[in-house]
Design a protein around this ligand. Structure first.
Ligand code: KG4
Ligand code: ZN
Length: 338
């Protein structure tokens, strides 16, 4: 089954053709980062306009590079929630028009489920049940995936997502937006023990996260030094980046480890843009090796937003009868449990 998938929930216009939920036939991503960089973050109105300008071309490229025409496509999938509403609407309306014009089934896909499904494209043997840690710009969730269409939230952030903390820590260190990848690079030369940044744990739900205290702590640390007219050396910046990353990675690892032990889950699946982080990946590897867990991590190219992951998830949604008629609408917020 060939699924044409479309993703436009934030600042990437993406289209892909995926076969049977597991094989990428094409995967095109048009990033708007260079534009949003000028403003230090995503400007929703600009994102929507750029999606409108780009989407037809991106879908055309996805079909071309798969060597296909609309006649070879069996269904159309689209991210319909959660995300920036104006951005989502562009993809949803394009997908509806494509499905209607070509008389194809329409499959709505939840963005976070898509991030998790990115792993199905890399690991042909991977099947639920498993425990997934989803870390992106807007989400930090520990999710028990019991079946392809059954998701239970075990823990989640009570304030900022891990990616938000990475981006703000990067900003205070004068790194460009989005800063996660720059912090990652800088932290490789730093000392994780240089600064003792907070690691938040809760008593009432030991699997919940909080990153706003850590974010404020990094900002205050740098501002304090600046107020004393101290100019940060390259080594000090690297030490701050490494110590900050270590705080995030430690919390993610300890929560995942204890959730996996409590649930008796031996398969750990990473997902989302922040799962590209090298310190998180290596600490997770170490934790999984120590406990005898199997770790699944998306390839770097599938960690961030893309449409191939939407096509992968869509296959299983379709098999479970989850198609939509032309009344499909976009939703800015939606729990993964629905
Ligand atoms: O999943 P994603 O592409 O978009 C959302 O659905 O939010 O995640 C984007 C986030 C940004 O906050 C970005 O800074 C972060 O992922 N990110 C990273 C790395 N690469 C991207 N964070 C830490 N280390 C990285 N290597
Ligand atoms: Zn995403």
């Amino acid at each position: 089954m060939n699924i044409l998938a479309i993703e436009s929930s934030c600042d990437e216009t993406a289209a892909a053709v995926v076969k049977d939920g597991r094989e990428i036939l094409s995967n095109i991503v048009a990033s708007q980062i260079e534009t949003h960089k000028l403003y230090g973050g995503v400007v929703p109105e600009i994102a929507s306009r750029m999606h409108i300008e780009t989407i037809e071309k991106v879908v055309g490229e996805a079909l071309n590079s798969a060597g296909m025409s609309a006649d070879d496509i069996d269904a159309v999938a689209v991210t319909y929630a959660p995300g920036l509403i104006g951005a989502l609407l562009v993809g949803v309306n394009f997908a509806k028009a494509f499905a209607y014009a070509n008389n194809l089934p329409l499959i709505p896909v939840h963005h976070i489920k898509g991030h998790i499904a990115a792993n199905f494209l890399e690991y042909s043997e991977l099947e639920p049940p498993f425990l997934s840690l989803v870390v992106s710009g807007g989400h930090t969730h520990l999710i028990k995936v019991t079946e392809y269409d059954k998701f239970r939230i075990i823990g989640q952030t009570r304030d900022d997502a891990a990616g938000e903390a990475f981006d703000k820590a990067a900003r205070v260190l004068s790194l460009p937006y989005p800063g996660g990848v720059h912090i990652d690079r800088l932290s490789k030369n730093g000392d994780i023990k240089a600064v003792n940044f907070p690691k938040t744990h809760f008593r009432d739900n030991e699997f919940d996260f909080s990153f706003s205290g850590l974010k404020t702590s990094v900002i205050n640390y740098v501002h304090n030094l600046q107020q004393k007219n101290h100019i940060l050396s390259e080594q000090e910046r690297a030490d701050i980046a490494a110590s900050f990353s270590y705080s995030v990675a430690s919390v993610l690892c300890t929560h995942t480890e204890s959730a996996a032990k409590k649930l008796g889950c031996k398969k750990i699946v990473l997902a989302g843009g922040v799962s590209a982080n090298s310190m998180i990946r290596s600490m997770m590897e170490e934790m999984c090796r120590k406990n005898g867990f199997n770790l699944y991590k998306p390839p770097l190219a599938l960690c961030g937003d893309n449409a191939a992951m939407i096509g992968a998830m869509a296959y299983y949604e379709y098999k479970n009868g989850k198609t939509s008629d032309m009344s499909l609408n976009a939703r800015a917020n939606m729990s993964i449990e629905i």
